[in-house]
Structures are given as C-alpha cells and as structure tokens.
Design a protein around this ligand. Structure first.
Ligand code: PXP
Length: 248
C-alpha cells in the first residue's frame, strides 16, 4: 500500500466477484480474479473485496487462499454469519470481514443484515472475528435501528447498503441519501466507521462519496462491466477520480 492510499479520507474497495463469475462460466482459470485484484490496486483501489458465498458461485476457496498469499492491499472478505465462514476467516485472517445476509436463491445481496432482529445469532460471530483482530463490518440498511444494533454488537465498522439509493430517482433518491448521511453521522458519533456500497456507478457515486463521514466505498459489478469497454484499470481509475472530486 502506498502512503497516499493509506492516508486517503475515502478509500475504494474493488469487489472482484464478477471476474470470477466470468471465469466460472467456462471453468478453467481465465479471467483470474487475483490478476484483477492487482490491476485494481495498480489503478488506485485501496483494497479488494471478495464474497465467498456458501454456494461458491463466483469466488472460490482457492481464490481466497491466493488473495491472502499475494495481495499487498487489504482484503475485505464478505461472508455470511455461519460457522463454516468464520472458520475460513479465522484460518486466513483477512484485514476485514463484512458480514452480509445471504440467500441461496438471490442474484446479489438483497437488502442489509437485520442486525437488530438477529442480535443473539450475530453476537458470537462478531466477537470471534473481533477477538482475532479482524475488522468486522456489518452490511446494514441506513436505518438508526440497525446502527444502534451495530453499537450493541460492538462492530467497529458498518457498511450501508446503497442499493435502494441506486434504484430510486428524484426526491425519493434525495431522501434515501439523507438517510445514508444521517446513519453515517450516527455511526461516527458512536465510534463506528461508516462504509457504503452496492449498485454504485459513475453516474450515482458523487453524492454518496461526498458524505464526509463515509470512509470507504465498495464497488464491483459496475466496474467489472465497464472494464469490458475500457479495461479494468481505466474503470477503477475513473471511479477513483470521481471519489476524489467528490471530496474536493
Ligand atoms: N458491498 C457489499 C457488502 C456487497 O455485498 C456488494 C455486492 O457484492 C458490494 C458492496 C458491491 O456491490 P456492486 O457489485 O453492486 O458494486
């Protein structure tokens, strides 16, 4: 990691899951998500995010081993709160683990974790990861009830699901942006570092990136899709540039 990258007030985590989706469509080794991780870091990503799903539909166990072995920027492992995933996280010790809700039939992570309703189920997973010095993040909706649950769970980080924001338009989008901004302020007031992600694109990233409390954005599907037209390094560099522009 360069000094400039480690000191940024808004970090970019590039989610490489869908490079693995394309690889898995044919089997074999191409395109390699680890190569994508290096390209993303070279283009200005501060970290790499990978979701090891229960059904291994994109990222595989071998991808996680290779990322841990080779990456020079922090790895954020997205995972469901299950014994299997916690064992994997404890074995590999990524820099961060983002706990997400996971349903086999969903196409992507739909909605945030119900940290408020599932406090007792989540608590042992959060504490095992925190005790292992892994920076735990809870992927939640920008809702004060969920932030309060994260405080009770002693999670050091929350990531706000921006999927609703990304799909809304006009006044409804502005209202959702206010919810994200208020939730980020509540998190910071309580010592929690706010991140955000899901559905972010060149067209909608600026207002989210301009929320001063937000310290990291995790972006994947759009960047990998855009890479088909411009190359991954160019798509990551442009996103990085927009985030810097939003922070003035
Ligand atoms: N953050 C989390 C927790 C996610 O689950 C995802 C999707 O895998 C992302 C960020 C990135 O979302 P997108 O691929 O829509 O940019």
């Amino acid at each position: 990691m360069t000094i400039a990258q480690s000191q940024r007030s808004l970090r970019l985590g590039v989610n490489i899951d869908h490079v693995a989706t394309i690889r898995n469509a044919r089997g074999g080794e191409h395109p390699d998500p680890v190569r994508a991780a290096f390209a993303a870091a070279a283009a200005g990503a501060d970290g790499v995010t990978a979701h090891l799903r229960e059904d291994r539909r994109h990222i595989t166990d071998d991808d996680i081993s290779r990322l841990i072995e080779k990456l020079t920027v922090p790895l954020n492992l997205e995972m469901a709160a299950t014994d299997e995933m916690v064992e994997i996280a404890l074995r590999h010790r990524p820099h961060a683990a983002c706990i997400v809700p996971e349903k086999r039939e969903e196409r992507t992570t739909e909605g945030g974790l119900d940290a408020a309703g599932q406090h007792n189920q989540l608590a042992p997973f959060v504490s095992r990861l925190v005790d292992a010095n892994i920076r735990v993040s809870l992927f939640i909706e920008p809702d004060p009830r969920q932030v309060e649950a994260a405080i009770r769970l002693k999670a050091p980080v929350v990531e706000f699901h921006t999927g609703r924001y990304a799909h809304l338009e006009g006044e409804a989008r502005s209202e959702e942006l206010r919810r994200i901004s208020d939730a980020a302020a509540l998190a910071v007031k309580n010592g929690i570092e706010p991140h955000a992600g899901h559905g972010l694109t060149f067209d909608n990233v600026l207002p989210v990136a301009a929320i001063p409390q937000v310290q990291e954005l995790n972006i994947g599907h759009f960047l990998v899709g855009e890479a088909i037209f411009t190359g991954l390094e160019a798509s990551v560099a442009r996103m990085r540039g927009l985030m810097d522009e939003a922070r003035g």
